[in-house]
Design a protein around this ligand. Structure first.
Ligand code: DI6
Ligand code: FE
Length: 404
């Protein structure tokens, strides 16, 4: 197979345990074979036999190259919008009040059910393209605005189709336990039976890569989530959880007991929950867009996560209610300004640790044998990616070895 050579660039490899911050390699080079990185290192050290076999050469023009960005927690597929609820919140209503009055997730549920698959795809594709413009090469998309077999299936199929129709890798997550639909009001346990049935069927149709739930006073109890996770485990599907976003329900410890890939949000995470996550190897996915948009004041326990060596990822949480955000670069900045991550931690959070949060060992770093998904940026230093607000220095994206 012919090889492609990329040079005249600085590499932020993001490799674990690298001596240089960001795994930086100044004046680096990449050799790509098909969809895979064949060699990564300083330009002067490229093996001559590989160089000879390179039939295409790319001058990166001094760009900084990072791994393709990974958005590991999104609800990108949904119908309608919730600008009106934004207005209500600005007049004093809380997110939880609006949910209790039948708005919130329930209103997006209606708009999503009422949209035909083609409409849903068209609306979602606009958001996807905004993420792609900023160098996203892998993203997770959750269901959770259908809450019936047919509508959850429609969402997951749309998510899969988006991955086929755009040059991006999509991972689908079943979030049937996102809210109790009105038809099951007061019968959450009966709805959980439904969720388990939906999960088995959607898994059989090959639509599910992982299983999530919303563990919260306004959603599901740990005992209810446990029933969904037992069903997921029986199907060998990995789990993750919306945990400790608005209160401490003990969700993180529960998810960790199922070996969760990640626990997400975590503003109210307790020490006990964090210890359980550390022992299980679960990633802490921080969602500064939701924190900002809901004007939360309680910070996730960053120092505790650092002390326990819990890997931290950062994501958009792209959704119509709590984070209508399609900029992962903005999340880098907010992770630093709001949560006090370092720019290096933030960038690890949308590359290596985001890959880990999705259970994907073949991406998130620039290293031999990994996928050739990478981004050329018009910046000198990786800290600039977290620093600038509203800039998009993305010059070019390479997906599966080919310029996108
Ligand atoms: N937590 C969130 O922030 C989103 N879902 C969840 O479980 C918000 C969903 C929405 O408000 O539509
Ligand atoms: Fe979410």
């Amino acid at each position: 197979m012919s090889l492609t050579f990329w040079n005249n660039c600085n590499l932020a490899t993001m490799r674990a345990g690298a001596v240089m911050p960001y795994g930086l390699i100044p004046d680096g080079a990449l050799v790509v074979e098909g969809q895979t990185l064949r060699w990564v290192g300083p330009r002067t050290e490229v093996p001559a036999d590989l160089l000879e076999r390179c039939t295409t050469q790319h001058d990166a023009g001094g760009a900084l190259i990072t791994p393709g960005l990974i958005d590991c927690h999104t609800h990108l597929v949904y119908g309608g919008d919730r600008a009106h609820e934004f207005e209500m919140r600005l007049q004093g209503a809380s997110y939880e009040d609006i949910a209790a009055q039948g708005g919130g997730i329930a209103s997006t549920l209606l708009a999503t059910r009422n949209a035909r698959a083609e409409e849903l795809k068209a609306q979602s594709s606009v958001r996807l393209q905004q993420l792609l413009k900023e160098g996203v090469t892998t993203l997770e998309i959750k269901s959770g605005y259908g809450l019936s077999l047919m509508d959850e299936g429609k969402m997951l199929e749309v998510a899969r189709d988006l991955g086929q129709e755009h040059r991006v890798s999509v991972r689908t997550t079943f979030l049937g336990a996102h809210a109790v639909p009105a038809s099951f009001a007061g019968r959450a346990d009966a709805y959980i039976d439904e969720v388990v049935g939906m999960l088995r069927e959607l898994h059989r149709e090959g639509l599910v890569d992982a299983v999530d739930a919303f563990c919260e006073r306004i959603a599901f109890s740990p005992a209810q989530v446990a029933r969904v996770f037992e069903a997921a485990s029986a199907l060998n599907l990995p789990v993750k959880l919306h945990a400790e976003q608005l209160s401490d329900s003990g969700g993180a410890a529960l998810a960790a007991s199922f070996g969760a890939l990640s626990c997400d949000h975590l503003e109210w995470l307790s020490e006990e929950g964090a210890v359980a996550m550390a022992q299980a190897g679960s990633v802490a996915v921080l969602l500064p867009g939701a924190f900002y948009f809901l004007r939360e004041t309680r910070l996730p326990p960053i120092e505790l996560l650092r002390r326990l060596n819990v890997p931290i990822a950062v994501s958009t949480d792209c959704n119509p209610g709590s984070s209508p955000c399609t900029s992962l670069l903005l999340m880098l900045n907010m992770a630093c300004t709001l949560f006090r991550l370092t720019p290096e931690e933030a960038l690890v959070g949308v590359t290596r640790h985001a890959a880990q949060a999705l259970g994907l060992a073949d991406r998130g770093v620039l290293a031999t044998g990994h996928r050739a998904d990478f981004v050329l940026w018009n910046v000198k230093h990786p800290a600039q990616l977290s620093y600038a607000l509203g800039a998009n220095p993305c010059r070019e994206v390479v997906f599966e070895g080919q310029v996108r």
